[in-house]
Design a protein around this ligand. Structure first.
Ligand code: FES
Ligand SMILES: [Fe+2]
Length: 361
């Protein structure tokens, strides 16, 4: 494990700007696309290190329960939906949608500890959010406000990006998105002409969201951007706006303006991310892209999925490389920070404060 982590652990306290290696549990995370969770199918997925089984009742409610039968821990996702509940297909125990055991086929009496833990869920637009922490604190008002996510925004068409995983802890994924200067090098030539790395952003707090905005009045439009935004300008005003809602939700807005009519509505892409920890060292990448152009063109959806896949692969390579170093280096020194890391440091302070609130040191 990284030297920085072991030093923090041995010191017995968390520095506000230290990299947060732990998982915030009292928070809403996306556990599935609404389209994945159905009334006739059980979906098994590991969330925050717990095996979870997901399905819907006939009335449409998304159910999340521990994917382990209390008898011998058979995954319930290998069982069958029965009357809005789940039957374990090892020895037949039946549970309702609240996890209460209704039947043990081999005996009349139901043991008092025979129940399955369930978790609160809330469905907003295309995502199902889950609360894995203290259920008494599961306030739906804490779900990141959808107004920045693009899904359901008037005039936008949303595209579900296939779920991918990184073998990297979720805060590495957060910092990948928060520090946009990486696009100059990691995605060289694809997004911009190289001035991102030299331009400080404007940072604003919007309720629970932190907005980081770069605006370039005369940006070279790369071939990649010409294809992505279906424009033929060589130069145009362009904004890149990052939004982050701790501990794991982001939305990146990319706005390309018509250079001949910069007052007109820009072509806008809103890329929503939720980095849901699968485990302490791996992450589900839930991504939804919404655009306000070519909104009637379904073929464009597939083009956008393929183009995102390419860029995402570069980001996965970076965070997984860092994760490898975390896990396989015994002498990493303390990290060095740059001026541009101010936004990432702000995120760390917020996440560390959430962790401290869960487990006072
Ligand atoms: S493991 Fe489920 S009933 Fe035995
Ligand atoms: Fe990236």
């Amino acid at each position: 494990m990284a030297a920085a982590l072991s030093k923090a652990a041995s010191a017995g306290k968390r520095e506000p700007q230290a990299f947060p290696h732990e998982i915030v549990r009292n928070a809403w995370y996306v556990c599935a696309w609404g389209s994945e969770v159905q009334a006739d199918k059980l979906l098994g997925r590991r969330i925050l290190g717990q095996p979870i089984v997901l399905y819907r009742t006939k009335a449409g409610r998304a159910v999340a329960m521990r994917d382990a039968c209390p008898h011998r821990f058979m995954p319930l996702s290998k069982g069958r939906i029965y009357n809005d509940g789940v039957r374990c297909m090892y020895h037949g125990a039946l549970f309702d949608a609240d996890g209460k055991c209704l039947e043990v086929p081999s005996q009349h009496q139901i043991p008092p500890d025979c129940f399955v833990k369930t978790y609160p869920t809330v469905e907003v637009e295309r995502w199902i959010w889950i609360w894995m922490g203290d259920p008494a604190k599961a306030d739906p008002a804490l779900i990141p406000d959808k107004q920045y996510l693009g899904m359901g925004s008037p005039g936008f068409r949303s595209v579900e990006i296939p779920l991918r995983h990184s073998k990297a802890r979720y805060h590495l994924c957060n910092e990948n998105l928060i520090d946009d200067t990486h696009i100059t090098y990691l995605h060289m030539g694809q997004f911009e002409s190289g001035n991102r790395v030299h331009t400080p952003p404007e940072v604003t707090q919007l309720g629970a969201w932190v907005r980081t905005k770069w605006y370039d009045p005369d940006e070279k439009i790369s071939n990649y951007f010409k294809m992505e935004f279906d424009v033929n300008y060589d130069r145009a005003p362009r904004a890149l706006v990052g939004h982050f809602c701790a501990p794991a939700t982001h939305c990146v807005w990319i706005e390309v303006y018509d250079p001949k009519n910069p007052q007109a509505m820009p072509r806008t892409l809103r890329i929503a991310f939720c980095f849901t920890p699968e485990s302490e060292t791996s992450t589900h990448w839930f991504v939804c892209e919404s655009r306000n152009y070519r909104t009637e063109n379904a073929e464009w959806d597939q083009f956008m999925r393929e183009s995102f896949h390419l860029i995402q692969g570069q980001d996965l390579g970076a965070v997984e490389g860092i994760e490898y170093n975390f896990q396989n280096s015994c002498d990493l020194p303390d990290e060095v920070s740059f001026r541009v890391d101010a936004s990432a440091m702000r995120a760390r302070r917020t996440i560390n404060a959430m962790l401290d609130a869960e487990k006072p040191l």
